[in-house]
Design a protein around this ligand. Structure first.
Ligand code: DGL
Length: 294
């Protein structure tokens, strides 16, 4: 694997975080909130620190090494905030970074990653054709190829891969039900429906926020699957295994603290308010640039 510059040597390691520390989550943008919400509901006593690198979103068109470096900076930031684990709530970032991050932090700081939920789609498809919608970078990565090889090929399931660079910006702008977004979804997904796909794997954490739009266009023709709930369960398993689960009730605590790079917290606030739409308490703040990568 190519080295990451700058590499962060653990010469000043953080004290090991305890169970009352927050769970760290990271995504290129606000899409990973789909995962944060699953975790917040599944683990109602946990606090979440969510970092969105909105100065650099989207990651999808970036090259492998650039994605790896931006991800390393983000996870190091969460580590320095005193988080007890990190969830790379981004398929694109996970595709290139998990091995490096796990090797780098070892047992001090468990890292949880994401891969598109192709396996449950393969197990349930009736038409033996499923589609995966993800960024081009996610398809270049090894994780999704492994899942195709291990589960889809032996089951004789045909996997249609679909990408679009236009969808993430619609979610970031809160424009999921706009005419332009509906047109893009139709253009991108009609071909897989025509080819007989009955399941659509939402292989990017922004896409669960497009569910209503996709269902509005395709109705029952596509069953939608994402990895959010599986990641929440995996997070619980990792916390239990490391004796880091916080199981006491917290009164009036802020559940999701969002931090965004760049200076767009004010603009994102109404968009995030529509995405969270829940009794989960949250706030959003700017943290400037934590990395100098372009
Ligand atoms: N949310 C991200 C993912 O799961 C990526 C979006 C992007 O930055 O292109 O892949």
């Amino acid at each position: 694997m190519t080295a990451i510059h700058p590499i962060y040597p653990l010469d000043v390691p953080m004290p090991k975080a305890g169970a009352d520390a927050p769970i760290g989550l990271f995504d290129s943008g606000i899409g990973g909130l789909s995962v944060a919400l699953e975790i917040a509901r599944y683990l109602p006593n946990e606090r979440i620190v969510y970092y969105a690198d909105t100065a650099h979103v989207p990651y999808g068109p970036r090259d492998d090494q650039n994605i790896r470096e931006l991800t390393a900076h983000a996870i190091e930031w969460l580590y320095r905030q005193g988080c007890k684990v990190a969830v790379v709530a981004c398929n694109t970032a996970s595709a290139f970074s998990l091995d490096y991050l796990r090797e780098h932090y070892g047992e001090n700081f468990p890292i949880i990653g994401l891969v598109p939920a192709l396996k449950p789609a393969v197990l349930q498809t009736k038409s033996k054709t499923v589609a995966v919608l993800a960024t081009p970078a996610t398809f270049r990565g090894k994780l999704i190829k492994d899942v195709m090889h291990r589960f889809a090929e032996p089951a004789g399931v045909n996997v249609l891969t679909v990408t679009s660079l236009e969808l993430v910006p619609f979610v970031e702008a809160g424009a999921q039900m706009s005419e332009a977004c509906l047109n893009t979804l139709t253009e991108v997904l009609q071909p897989v429906v025509n080819q007989g796909a009955d399941f659509l794997v939402l292989g990017c954490t922004h896409y669960p926020f497009l569910k209503s739009a996709i269902q509005y266009i395709f109705g029952q023709k596509l069953t939608l699957i994402d990895s959010g709930f599986a990641v929440a369960r995996q997070t619980a398993r990792i916390l239990i295994k490391n004796e880091l689960l916080f199981d006491q009730k917290r009164e009036n605590c802020l559940r999701i603290e969002c931090y965004v790079s760049g200076n767009n917290a004010e603009n994102l606030k109404p968009v995030v308010a529509r995405l969270i739409q829940d009794d989960i308490s949250w706030n959003i703040a700017n943290i400037g640039l934590i990395s100098s990568e372009d």
